[in-house]
Design a protein around this ligand. Structure first.
Ligand code: PSU
Ligand code: MN
Length: 291
């Protein structure tokens, strides 16, 4: 049960968008442009975009452009998941919310649709320790449908899929039978069910969330024309991981470090793919929200 009081500035057909993706997932020069394209895409579907984050300690569903701008200008913004969200609020700080924290705040504001790029998941293990994102457990607690291109192949995709299964989280595929791997349309892993029709998918998700009070993963593969070649991907990932290890990334710093290195070693190709798939997810979430 969610007891967070949030500032809510969004209409009835809301689609949540997360700030960690905007602040830590893409270069800062891209953040405002991406935010405005995502909001535009959601509006074009007839739904209402709501950028979610913590503004000077206040959990906010529907941040203004000025609030996002000042978060970006501040630099070095903390990344909030469900574990440290309350501490950052208590201290009155700005924070970018990950999938798990965004789900918590969206649920508190009765927003059930959320579009992102990729979920966090089970890391491949750079260090000696287990590193599993709080995103996975959030689906067992918050009644929010997250439209995502699966999990990035910087993670252990198949283990992440198994972890969702262990937690009893429903994973449905939109026009796919496979669990997508972000830059790639498919992986070794499957989904619980495939839906080809948007209206049927929207009806199922609404009914399921009402029935269970838990979240659902809606997997939407990257558009075909933006999928990254498998050989390129393997080479880039190897180099990016090496750079992240050399930079000494750990804990919450791992995902942003590997992403940043990837965008560099791929000459921007992974960034372009990333932007394209998030937009596609925002479009689908908008359509489902009004369906
Ligand atoms: N995947 C991406 N881009 C991102 C993230 C994931 O392709 O920016 C962000 C999301 O906010 C996700 C978070 O919730 O990383 C997961 O971080 P961690 O591994 O520290 O839980
Ligand atoms: Mn982690």
């Amino acid at each position: 049960m969610t007891r967070v009081a949030v500032v809510k500035r969004v209409g009835g057909r809301a689609v949540a968008l997360e700030t960690t993706l905007l602040v830590h997932g893409v270069p800062t020069s891209e953040s405002m442009g991406l935010a405005s394209r995502l909001c535009g895409v959601v509006r074009a579907s007839g739904a209402d975009p709501a950028v979610v984050g913590v503004v000077r300690g206040v959990p906010t569903v529907g941040m203004t452009d000025a609030e996002l701008r000042s978060m970006l200008d501040a630099g070095d913004v903390p990344k909030a998941n469900t574990a440290n969200l309350g501490v950052l609020m208590h201290r009155g700080l700005d924070a970018a919310t990950t999938v798990s924290a965004t789900m918590e705040l969206a649920a508190a504001a009765a927003v059930m649709w959320f579009a992102t790029g990729g979920l966090g998941g089970v890391h491949r293990g750079y260090g000696e320790h287990l590193d599993v994102s709080s995103d996975l457990g959030a689906f067992t607690r918050f009644p929010v449908a997250v439209v995502t291109s699966g999990v990035k192949s910087i993670l252990d995709v198949e283990s992440t899929r198994e972890a969702l299964e262990t937690l009893g989280v429903t994973v449905v595929g939109f026009r796919t039978d496979r669990f997508p791997a972000f830059y790639r349309r498919s992986s070794e892993a499957g989904v619980d069910a495939r839906f080809d029709d948007e209206r049927e998918l929207a009806a199922f998700v609404r009914g399921e969330i009402a029935r269970t009070g838990r979240g659902i993963v809606v997997a939407n593969p990257i558009p075909q024309e933006h999928e990254i070649d498998e050989t390129d991907w393997g080479r880039w990932l190897g180099e990016a991981e090496q750079r992240a290890i050399e930079a000494g990334a750990s804990g919450r710093g791992v995902t942003p470090a590997v992403l940043g290195a990837l965008h560099e070693v791929s000459g921007g190709a992974t960034l372009r793919a990333n932007l394209a798939l998030v937009e596609a997810n925002a479009r689908l979430a908008g359509r489902l929200a009004v369906s």
